[in-house]
Design a protein around this ligand. Sequence first.
Ligand code: SF4
Ligand code: SF4
Length: 262
Amino acid sequence: MKNISKFKDEVLKEYPRMQKNDKFTFSCHPGVSCFNKCCNDVNIFLTPYDIIRLRKRLGITSTEFLDKYTILPIDENLKHPIVMLQMLPENLNCHFVDKNGCTVYEDRPWSCRMFPVGAAMPNDVEKNADFYFLINEEVCKGFENGKDWSVESWMKDQGVKDYNELGELFKEISLHEYFVKGKYIEPVKLEMFYMVCYDIDRFRVFVFESTFLKRFNVSKEQIEKMKKDDVELLKFGFKWLRFSLFGEKSLELRDDYMNKIN
Ligand code: SF4
Ligand code: SF4
């Protein structure tokens, strides 16, 4: 497994930067000699939406999914938890690969959809400097005799639209200037971050089975939407994190609750 910070540094310093209309040649299909090799000993970062899709696909809770299929890498440069797909200890294969390919293909994570394209996020020095890059691993033969793509046409073909929309909202939290400026948040708030972003079923219990809704102004319509739809609940969770972690006015406390505590 690559060191996360080292790889990020390499990408920022050394990888040619691409924009959406830049071109590359690539083709991946079961006939390639390297079929499935990219699903072994690989770093797959999971987004909140990846987990919602995968745990639904597998018919298990997010808590079970996290326990069984993920690891939490430790890196002193990380300001908040990140979750990665665990590889099988016996052969370092992804849990979801078999001889026919990816068994969760329709719900595969964003990184798997995007490969061989990677995306790099801006930092405080380079505002609005998002860029794409090609991950040209030696093992991958897809660059030989491939079809022509632009980054944009590749993303469309791989169905990343919903993933990108939720990804943008996640970035507002994970790349918040609070973290970018190097600040750390206390453990109890890191736990809130983890619950909302990765363990949506635990967050649901927290919202609907605690005093949460007695404290915040949330419309009946919004409550009904959140009960039925994980994505609505996740979007609401992002607002709660912005309120609780960074002190933004993304949610309102209820008047009766405010009167009680004053
Ligand atoms: S989720 Fe699917 S595509 Fe991604 S590494 Fe696992 S088997 Fe491969
Ligand atoms: S290594 Fe590259 S070409 Fe081979 S299966 Fe994986 S993505 Fe496709």
